[in-house]
Structure formats: structure tokens, C-alpha cells
Design a protein around this ligand. Structure first.
Ligand code: F6P
Length: 551
């Protein structure tokens, strides 16, 4: 398939009307399905790397899964996957290859794109990042006054923030280097609070920006540079930026313009999308925190899932199946959102990370050839760790009027084993993990509610309809490798959905207009009367309010 060709319209495939018919006749009854098919749990549980993925509590049967796989074949999922892995320019609107999978190819592998071995390039940069991290972690690299680096501040936003901060939090048990803080927001409060209590002499800044043109990141980098210089003795200021600032970017010329020594800059390539860049040099702060060995394990975990995605037939290809089931929910069963519910406090930023991955990738209304999409796309991903979410929004999951597919994630071994008297507290967590998917799937009938002696008038309020879909993902424990596997799993789920919908999952034009307008509104806020007059009445009134109340 040529990547410039029109995508296959999923609704024009033979599988689509079959799916529509199956959706129309669907009478979900997970209780009965499990009784009638005692092997359902086993048959619908798959393994990918260390991940055990139980799909059995989804509203699918063999006919639905068969039709979804046929749909995937008809839209050319396998061909497009292979084209991506080969380095074809499947990011059509930006005319770029999409090669985040090359970032985790093992040393010695090779992949030639435009005559260049990109895997060799990847390892050359990784080696530089690792060598730098070892210097900082060992104390050989010091601040300008000779003190060891104690805190790393990653300055970046979007993909240059969410991946590193998510992984830093997730891998706290493996963090044995300097502490990291993450500065992203243009709100000056973020800079003020991130820098609060830090010592300029022992702080290292990693300015992470693919383009090195992002307003938030460059503004925050300048604020930090000023803070650093103001906090150091005058005698060392001229050398300070070189010792306290490093950069990660594809635009190394702009890094130099900012005043950062190119020796202290780590590059990557335009074929790495921001939201797919955790495993590039964008992970430098993470490498500083957990060390090169643990980061290599993260990469190996990602590669294992890439290999599964590349080689496993669609019938048991876990990311493909999960992506296809998501399409089933969005387009055939009317789901608009998807909850990701880690029963692991360490994954507390995982849903936020996934929001960029999934929604910046698949929140699109046109296909890669510019024609309108033919089916609903891009469900809203959201979530919070269990059990906190249970005491907040699970009410809607259990008894609301919407279909909300849920992904539950848990680990057999605790990262921090603690007991409360005789009680293993991790078992309390896992009991809740199991209970929630059970309650969603199997519910509680009116008869069961009545049998508990409930007054008749409140029986309806206490009934749980059940048949609310979920996937349960488990792994032995949360290690760097397992985190890498989870990230790659969701990357390929996202890709699968994008291919079915025919969209370019690797551009993000939808973020541009707001950036342009913000640039124009800067002078308006600063008092430019002519620019204010050009604004709409709502904006003019909001600016007037600002003027009146800014003290
Ligand atoms: O505005 C969206 C975006 O372009 C994301 O795709 C990207 O991850 C983020 O901004 C940050 O971009 P950069 O790494 O170039 O600063």
C-alpha cells in the first residue's frame, strides 16, 4: 500500500456491516457467557512479555473478535505496521518516518533509512547520555562551585515532560541518583514552586524540547537561567550555564543560540514524535535518576512488545486486539471515554501520560489524505489510581448511563510491602482490583438486592446492571522492563486504532491555532489598544476584567 494513497474506509469493508449487525443483536450477559463457556477466561487471556492481559470481561465473543480481525486485515493494519517499522514516511502530513521502535532496537541491530543506519545513531546518542549520567551520578560532574549535583530539573512540556515524569514516578524504587523535579507549565507558579528550596550550586537543568521553540519551555529555561545566575557568586557566573544546563533536542542549532554548550546537548530525530520520545534522549532526566542499566531494561521491555506486535498473528496480537476492541466500543457500542485505572500508586501519572499519547494521536476528524473520517475517532482517555478513584468517580462507572471501557492494571508483588497487623496491605489493594472488574462485569440483580432485606423502594438504586466492560492487565512486579512493556503496549494500541480510522496518528496540527492566538494576545494583555479592538466582544470583556482586577 502506498502511504500517499487514500486510506481504506473501514465502513466500506465487509467486516463493518457484520460488526454493526453483531452490535445490533448483542445481548451482553457476562454471567451467562462465563457459565456457558468455562474456558472463556483462559481463551481470552493473552501474554505479551511479562504482561498477562485478560480480555474476557469485554463485551466480545468469537464472532465479534473474528470480525474485528477481518476489519484490521481489510484496512491494511499489518501492511501499515510493517511500513512504520521499515521507516516509510507514514506520518504523511509532516512527511516523516515514524520510528520510535528504532529507539529500543538492541545494540548491533540495524535499520537503514535514506542510507543511514538509524539504530547505530540511536546507540551513539544513548552512549553519550549514559556517559553523562554516570558522570553526574558518580559526582565527577559537579556544579560550577565544585559541589555534587543533588537535584535535576527537567524543563519541558507535553512529550518532553509527561513521559519522563510518569516514568520517574513509576520507577521510584529504582531511583538512586539525583532527585528530579519537572517544570512544564507557563504559569509562573510552576517555576516558583519547582525552584523553591533548591540550591543553585547543586541543581542541574535539563532543557528538553524536540523543537526548542516551545514558548513554555524556553520561557521556563530563561527563568531558571536567571534564577541560577542570581543565586551564584559573581565570580563563577560566566561558567555557570555550561555546568548547570544541558539540553535535549532535534534542533541543536537553537540549543547553541540559547547558550548551552553543544557538547552538553543530546540529539534525536524528526522521526521520533514528542509523545513517543520517552525512550529517546528525552529520557535523560530519567537516566540521571535510575541509571543507564535500569533505562536499558526499560528499552528492552519496549522492544519485547514491539517484537510481539511485529510477529504475532492478529488473532493473538495483544496491542492489535486491544486497539480493535476499543474501536468496537467507540464505533459500534457508542463509548466516548476509556478509563485507565492502575492499582499501583507508582503509576499515578500513567493516565495523564496516556492522555497525550492517545488523544494527541487519534483526536482527529480528517484522514491522512485529508478526507473526513468515516467513523467516530479518539475516545477520551482518563483515570486515576485505584483505590482513590473508587471513592470519587466509580459511581458513574457502575451505575451511570454511559459505556466506559476500563483497563485495570495491577502487579502481583508490591513495590513496598507493608503489613497492618496480620494484614498484607498489598492484598487489600489487589482485593479491590479484583472486586471492581467483578462488580462491573457481573453486577448485582434486583433479586440479590432484595435478598439482603433492602426496602423495596430503594431496590432500583442498589441494583448494578453489570455487563460493563473491562480488561485486566497484570505483571509480576513494576520494574523498568514492565513499565517499558506497558508504554509500548499502549503505543501500539493507539497505532492500531489510528490505522482503522485511516488517520495520521503522528501529527498534531490541532494544537497550533491556540499557540498562534496566544502569540497575538500577548500584546493585547500588555496594553496594545489597536490589537484589543480587533478582538471579539467576549475576549475584550475578559481582558477588561483582567485589567480591572490585576493589582
Ligand atoms: O504542542 C504540542 C507539542 O508539540 C507536543 O506534541 C509536544 O510533545 C510538545 O508540544 C512539546 O514540544 P517540544 O518537545 O518541541 O518542546
Amino acid at each position: 500500500m502506498s502511504m500517499g494513497q487514500a486510506p481504506v474506509d473501514p465502513t466500506s469493508t465487509a467486516a463493518w456491516p457484520r460488526l454493526a449487525a453483531l452490535a445490533g443483536e448483542l445481548e451482553p450477559d457476562l454471567r451467562r457467557w462465563f457459565v456457558e463457556d468455562p474456558s472463556r477466561a483462559e481463551r481470552l487471556t493473552h501474554e505479551v512479555g511479562d504482561l498477562r492481559v485478560d480480555l474476557s470481561k469485554n463485551l466480545v465473543d468469537d464472532a465479534v473478535l473474528g470480525a474485528l480481525v477481518d476489519l484490521a486485515r481489510a484496512v491494511g493494519l499489518e501492511e501499515r505496521r510493517d511500513a512504520m517499522l521499515r521507516g516509510e514516511r507514514i506520518n504523511v502530513t509532516e512527511d516523516r518516518a515514524v520510528l520510535h521502535t528504532a529507539l529500543r532496537q538492541p545494540r548491533g541491530a540495524s535499520l537503514h533509512v535514506d542510507g543511514q543506519d538509524v539504530v547505530a545513531d540511536v546507540h551513539e546518542v544513548l552512549d553519550r547520555v549514559y556517559a553523562f549520567a554516570e558522570q553526574v551520578r558518580s559526582g565527577e560532574w559537579t556544579g560550577v562551585t565544585g559541589k555534587q549535583i543533588e537535584t535535576v530539573v527537567n524543563i519541558g512540556i507535553g512529550g518532553s515532560d509527561l513521559g519522563p515524569v510518569m516514568a520517574y514516578e513509576a520507577l521510584q524504587p529504582f531511583a538512586d541518583g539525583p532527585a528530579c523535579r519537572f517544570l512544564s507549565n507557563i504559569d509562573p507558579t510552576d517555576a516558583a514552586l519547582t525552584l523553591r528550596g533548591l540550591d543553585p550550586e547543586t541543581t542541574l537543568f535539563v532543557v528538553s524540547s524536540k523543537t526548542f521553540g516551545t514558548l513554555e519551555t524556553l520561557t521556563n529555561a530563561r527563568l531558571c537561567r536567571t534564577w541560577l545566575l542570581d543565586g551564584l557568586p559573581e565570580s563563577v557566573r560566566s561558567e555557570a550555564v555550561a555546568r548547570h544546563f544541558v539540553a535535549v533536542s532535534t534542533a541543536l542549532d537553537k540549543v547553541a543560540d540559547f547558550g548551552i554548550d553543544p557538547e552538553n546537548a543530546f540529539g534525536f530525530w524528526d522521526w521520533v514524535g514528542g509523545r513517543y520520545s520517552l525512550d529517546s534522549a528525552i529520557g535523560t532526566s530519567l537516566v540521571l535518576a535510575i541509571g543507564p542499566a535500569a533505562f536499558s531494561e526499560l528499552l528492552a521491555g519496549m522492544h519485547a512488545v514491539d517484537e510481539h506486535f511485529r510477529t504475532t498473528p492478529l488473532e493473538s496480537n495483544v496491542p492489535a486486539l486491544m486497539g480493535l476492541i476499543n474501536v468496537w466500543y467507540v464505533d459500534l457500542l457508542g463509548a466516548r471515554t476509556h478509563a485507565v485505572l492502575p492499582y499501583a500508586q507508582l503509576l499515578h501519572r500513567f493516565p495523564a501520560y496516556l492522555q497525550q499519547l492517545t488523544m494527541e494521536s487519534n483526536g482527529k476528524s480528517v484522514r491522512w489524505d485529508g478526507s473526513p473520517v468515516t467513523a467516530g475517532t479518539g475516545e477520551v482517555f482518563w483515570g486515576e489510581p485505584g483505590t482513590n478513584g473508587q471513592h470519587a468517580f466509580y459511581q458513574l462507572l457502575h451505575q451511570g448511563t454511559q459505556v466506559v471501557p476500563c483497563d485495570f492494571i495491577a502487579f502481583a508483588a508490591p513495590s513496598y510491602p507493608l503489613v497492618d497487623g496480620e494484614q498484607d496491605v498489598h492484598e487489600l489493594l489487589l482485593a479491590n482490583f479484583l472486586a471492581q472488574s467483578q462488580a462491573l462485569a457481573f453486577g448485582k440483580s434486583a433479586e440479590e438486592v432484595r435478598a439482603e432485606g433492602t426496602a423495596e423502594q430503594i431496590v432500583p438504586a442498589r441494583v448494578f446492571a453489570g455487563n460493563r466492560p473491562s480488561t485486566s492487565i497484570m505483571a509480576p512486579r513494576l520494574t523498568p522492563s514492565v513499565l517499558g512493556q506497558l508504554v509500548a503496549l499502549y503505543e501500539h494500541i493507539t497505532f492500531t486504532q489510528g490505522v482503522v480510522w485511516g488517520i495520521d496518528s503522528f501529527d498534531q496540527w490541532g494544537v497550533e491555532l491556540g499557540k498562534q492566538l496566544a502569540t497575538r494576545l500577548g500584546p493585547v494583555l500588555a496594553g496594545d489598544a489597536d490589537a484589543l479592538a480587533d478582538q471579539d466582544p467576549s475576549t475584550r470583556a475578559l481582558v477588561a476584567y483582567y485589567r480591572e482586577h490585576r493589582s
